[in-house]
Ligand binder design. Structure first.
Ligand SMILES: [Zn+2]
Length: 447
């Protein structure tokens, strides 16, 4: 196959080359040749050819929660949005806290997968050094500690709720869990992530939550700043590589940058919802906008945008976390589930944000090269160069896209970017040189 006549993304800008693909990989980049009627030729004139995007933060809900999503609908939404690689979070059923669970999940999702995929592993407060080693050997792409979330012992399900006295609820993983297993975690070579909202800060505020202001008061940005600083200190003192996921606040950002300046090996991710929305959007969107961390103030949004544009934030992932309409609309607001679908709008929303700042192509590293490097997938993924997988997205820079629920391929269509307009459209997507199809997605190990 030859993608002919398109403008191909390189870190130095767009290049007028044809992309020659052989056996799923990029064979060579050649100067434009005259498009002909050869059947193996894809006419990309007028289009940009970008590396397939990587969403390093999705909750595919499979196995365990088919009413919310499964790996088929997750990856259908991903590829519809130009995301050819997803890294799936471990709070499926049971939580991915052992190598045998990871292997079983891998088998379960394989026939449905339309995108290549890596799997995050779960740190429980009961996790052992041996489990960490075995998960590393099984190919876990990273380890995630859900600070403040319990695990139901009988099912292995990760729950929002603090444990209290229920003997079936295992106490949440903590900074101590990370510290105890630091050596084995470091030896796996993959990053450690935490849900970086310090539970003791969050729990200091209680009471009935009716309004978005109540919600904001119950989960202050200070909770993020405290957890980010703690994870940074652990990274520095224990030689751990820490990835801060879904950064949502100016305070959290400042804590991360201070830790990094002090030498902590931190990489930072934020999400489109924190770059596009503020508390003011609650009046328009209502409870579907509830997610943890919360979407915060205009000041937080502007700080995150500026940090991303100047290169202080490395990557953008979506935290695609679908729930049913019924779960999202429970009353009072405190009872509504937190999380929202978003994988399908990752690439276009980032291109649009960067376009508004002056250069749309500045967004490509946020969703391609940077996550590929963070997770040991570069240069197989995240770049267009000879030898890389031919994961390619053809983007039309002269056609607009309006986000509409009916165009969403996720099982849940209650996304928060509904109605947003982007100055680009996705015209074709290739996964290792072929159109994505169920079962074509492959399991990815970090190199
Ligand atoms: Zn998440």
């Amino acid at each position: 196959m030859i993608i002919a006549g398109g403008k191909v993304y390189t870190p130095a800008g767009l290049s007028e080359v044809d992309v020659h693909v052989n056996e799923g990989r990029i064979q060579s980049l050649e100067p434009w040749a005259e498009p002909s009627a050869r059947p193996e030729l894809v006419d990309a004139r007028g289009l940009w050819v970008l590396p397939g995007a990587i969403d390093a933060h999705v909750h595919g809900r499979d196995p365990g929660f088919p009413e919310k999503e499964d790996f088929g609908s997750l990856t259908a939404a991903a590829v519809a949005g130009g995301v050819t690689t997803v890294l799936d979070m471990p709070n499926t059923l049971p939580g991915v806290a052992g190598a045998e669970i990871l292997e079983a999940k891998r088998r379960e999702i394989a026939p449905k997968a339309m995108a290549d995929h890596g799997l995050w592993a779960l740190l429980r407060s009961s996790s052992t050094a041996e489990q960490v080693r075995e998960l590393g050997e099984a190919g876990a792409i990273g380890f995630k500690a859900y600070l403040g979330y319990t695990v139901q012992r009988s099912t292995g399900q990760v729950l929002y709720t603090p444990g209290g006295m229920d003997p079936d609820l295992e106490p949440p993983a903590s900074y101590g869990t990370v510290a105890r297993l630091a050596q084995e975690l470091a030896e796996t070579g993959v990053p450690v992530a935490a849900h970086a909202e310090d539970p003791s800060v969050l729990l200091s505020s209680t009471g009935r939550i009716e309004t978005y202001a109540d919600l904001l008061a119950s989960r202050p940005a200070a909770g993020e700043a405290v957890a980010v600083a703690a994870m940074g200190a652990l990274a520095r003192s224990l030689g751990l590589r820490v990835h801060i996921v879904h950064l949502s606040s100016r305070m959290g950002l400042e804590a991360a940058l201070a830790e990094r300046a002090a030498g902590a090996p931190l990489t930072l991710e934020t999400c489109p919802q924190y770059l596009w929305l503020t508390e003011a959007d609650y009046a328009r969107l209502g409870p579907v906008m509830k997610m943890y961390p919360l979407i915060k103030t205009v000041e937080d949004r502007e700080a995150l945008r500026a940090a991303l544009l100047r290169g202080d934030i490395d990557s953008v992932g979506t935290d695609h976390a679908p729930h049913t309409d019924e779960e999202k609309l429970r009353h009072p607001l405190g009872e509504a589930h937190a999380g929202s679908p978003g994988v399908q709008t990752l690439l276009l929303s980032c291109l649009e944000l960067a376009r508004q700042a002056g250069d749309p192509l500045a967004a490509v590293p946020w969703v391609a090269e940077h996550p590929a490097r963070i997770f040991g997938l570069y240069p197989r993924k995240g770049t267009i160069q000879p030898g890389s997988d031919a994961d390619l997205v053809l983007v039309d820079p002269n056609q607009r896209t309006v986000v509409k629920a009916e165009s969403m391929a996720s099982r849940q269509r209650n996304g928060v970017l509904e109605g947003q307009e982007f100055a680009f459209a996705i015209r074709a997507v290739y996964l290792r040189g072929e159109p994505p199809a169920p079962g074509r997605g492959q399991f990815l190990r970090p190199a």
